[in-house]
Every structure is written in structure tokens, then in C-alpha cells.
Design a protein around this ligand. Structure first.
Ligand code: NAD
Length: 320
């Protein structure tokens, strides 16, 4: 499985929100990248989006201006799936989160690519074995869960599916490090992997707190943004538990857990909003009212922080 062979040519299938950013990262790391999307208008937008992002990277000193041309020259747009994966050493699937569509795509990729080519999925939550059902060479299929925006968030969860070969896992972890990412190994094929299990456990409780009138959305978010969320980039929950003392943590858990939301499906508070088309910025309202300036401000603040973090990481890597 790509034994000893350096991965040079990468195909990214699906060039939307995640795919174009994933393509950018590989191109920045020196790989040739073929991008393909079934929607021509999405594919056409990919390079302008990458250019805009590279511009921000340049302004923030994360890449040199003179390197931009080279990065862009390594990215090509493919008119078909066959053209995109031809000669690819590694394929990343970033199409819509639809099980049947992903299963069909993996069956086609499996038939197009030699068995030594690793096929990775950027699925947010679907088990890798479920994606692989129609493929013959399931052993080369793996999860690489990049986080949005992929060019700014360092983490990639690398998920080993039940049939995935250990060497596919090792090659992928090495590749993620090579392209400057922070891989986290997920050793079992479970829905939601690690990140989305943690994230959605938090969101379930946040929605429940709002649903029960305990606090308004602004205050729930404030508790995290101005409270324990500030510690999270440097001290994870398990480190924090150790620092607090596990005896204290246990007594809190024994007292508190019976009061926490343990529902097995999405809450009525969420379902009612969805039925009322209160979906968030795309319909103008969710838990918040989303005007265009407010949306711009939130995204800008998020990206400024992520850029600050990228610069910090780049600085600490240089110092090592
Ligand atoms: N958006 C996020 O925050 C985020 C974060 C992490 C992971 N993901 C995952 O990444 C994947 C992509 O999400 P996104 O947000 O980029 O979605 P998106 O809708 O922006 O992009 C998906 C693209 O896939 C294309 N597509 C659909 N079927 C195709 C096919 N058969 N062949 C080629 N292209 C096809 C669509 O035209 C679309 O442009 C999903 O699995 C999603 O769960 C998303």
C-alpha cells in the first residue's frame, strides 16, 4: 500500500466548502492536486476561493508571496472523475454527507484506482465500514476528517475502519503530518469518531439548557466563550480533569449526571426550529437572528483567532 512511495499526486473529489480547502493544503505541501466536482459552477469557484485564502495566508506571514504562483500551478481542475483520479497516489472524498452517494462514489473509485491507491473520506460522522460496503478493496479505505475551515484548523481525525489495513493508517498519519496537520488516531470505527461525539454531546446539553429556559442562547455561548472554552486550546478536558483531581471529578459526576440530558434523538427545541425553517444564517434565523453584517463579524472573528493560532503554531515549530 504505497509502500515507501512518497505521495505526490492527490485527487480531491467534491470541491465545495471543505474540498477546495483540502486541495489548498495539499498543494501548499508540494503535492499535485486534481480537483473534481459534479457541479461545474462549484468547480469554477474553487480556484478563486483558494486564491482568496492564499492571499490571507500571505498577509499573515504564513506563506511567502513568491510561493503563491507555485502553489496555484500545482492545482488542476478535472472535467471527469476518471481524469481526476488517473495516476493519483491518494484520493480524498469530500462530497455531500449522503450515505448512498458516498457508497456509490467509493464503489466507482475502487474500480478506477489500483488497489495500492488509498481512498480517504472526509465524512463528518459516517462509519468507514458503511461507506465501503460496495467496494472490493475495502482495506485501503480510511477516514480523514478535516475540520472547517480545513486550511486553518490543524486537526485531522484519522479513522481506521474495521477492514482498514494498519499500513493504510500509518501512511495516512505520516501524510497528515507531512502536510502540516495534527493527526489524531481514532482506533475504532464508531459514528461521529471522537470530535463530533464530543462536540454534539456539548451541543445536546446546550440546546437542552435553552429548551428548559435555564439560560438564553447568548448566555449559554458566553459561558463557553468567556469561560472554560478559553482554556480548551491549551488544556483538554482529560488534562483538566486530572488537574482538578479525579476524586473531585467523580463526586461531581455522581451528583450531576442524573440531571444531564441523555435523550436519544434531536430535541423538540431543535426540531421545532427546523420545521419553522429557522435553520441559521441560510434562512436568516436559528437560535440567533442572522443579518449579513452579523454573520460576517462572527466568521471574521473566528478566522482571525484561527489565523492567530496558525501563526503561534508556526512560531513554535520554528523554535523547536
Ligand atoms: N462543512 C463543514 O463544516 C464540514 C466539516 C467537516 C467535514 N465535513 C464533511 O465534508 C464533506 C463535504 O462537506 P462540505 O461542507 O464541503 O459540502 P459542500 O456541499 O460545500 O460540498 C460538497 C460538494 O460535493 C459535490 N458533489 C456531490 N456529489 C458528488 C459526486 N458524486 N461527485 C463529485 N462531486 C459531488 C457537490 O456538488 C458539492 O459541491 C461532507 O461529508 C461533510 O460532512 C463538512
Amino acid at each position: 500500500m504505497n509502500r515507501g512511495k512518497t505521495i505526490r499526486r492527490v485527487a480531491v473529489i467534491g470541491a465545495g466548502m471543505m474540498g477546495h480547502g483540502i486541495g489548498q493544503i495539499f498543494a501548499q505541501a508540494g503535492c499535485d492536486v486534481a480537483l473534481f466536482d459534479s457541479e461545474e459552477k462549484v468547480l469554477k469557484k474553487a480556484v478563486p476561493r483558494i486564491k482568496k485564502s492564499l492571499d490571507i495566508f500571505t498577509k499573515n506571514g504564513l506563506i511567502r508571496k513568491k510561493d503563491v504562483k507555485g502553489i496555484l500551478s500545482r492545482i488542476s481542475l478535472s472535467r471527469s472523475l476518471d481524469e481526476a483520479v488517473k495516476d493519483a497516489d491518494y484520493v480524498v472524498e469530500a462530497i455531500v454527507e449522503d450515505l448512498a452517494k458516498k457508497q456509490n462514489l467509493f464503489a466507482i473509485l475502487d474500480s478506477l484506482c489500483p488497489p495500492t491507491t488509498i481512498l480517504a473520506s472526509n465524512t463528518s460522522a459516517i462509519m468507514i465500514k458503511d461507506l465501503s460496503v460496495k467496494a472490493v478493496h475495502k482495506e485501503r479505505i480510511i477516514g480523514t476528517h478535516f475540520w472547517n475551515p480545513p486550511q486553518l484548523v490543524p486537526l485531522v481525525e484519522v479513522i481506521r475502519g474495521d477492514p482498514t489495513l494498519p499500513e493504510v493508517m500509518e501512511t495516512t498519519v505520516r501524510l497528515m503530518k507531512r502536510i502540516g496537520k495534527e493527526p489524531a488516531r481514532v482506533n475504532q470505527d464508531v459514528p461521529g469518531f471522537v470530535g463530533n461525539r464530543l462536540q454534539h454531546a456539548l451541543w445536546r446539553e446546550a440546546v437542552s439548557i435553552v429548551e428548559h429556559g435555564i439560560a438564553e442562547p447568548e448566555d449559554v455561548d458566553r459561558v463557553i466563550k468567556m469561560g472554560f472554552g478559553l482554556r480548551l486550546p491549551t488544556v483538554g478536558p482529560l488534562e483538566t480533569a486530572d488537574l482538578a483531581g479525579l476524586d473531585l471529578v467523580l463526586s461531581i459526576h455522581d451528583y450531576l449526571f442524573p440531571f444531564l440530558d441523555a435523550s436519544k434523538e434531536g430535541s423538540p427545541a431543535l426540531r421545532n426550529r427546523v420545521h419553522a425553517r429557522k435553520l441559521g444564517p441560510k434562512t436568516g434565523e436559528g437560535f440567533y437572528k442572522w443579518t449579513t453584517p452579523y454573520l460576517k463579524k462572527v466568521i471574521q472573528q473566528r478566522d482571525e483567532f484561527l489565523l492567530f493560532w496558525q501563526k503561534r503554531m508556526k512560531g513554535s515549530k520554528k523554535a523547536r
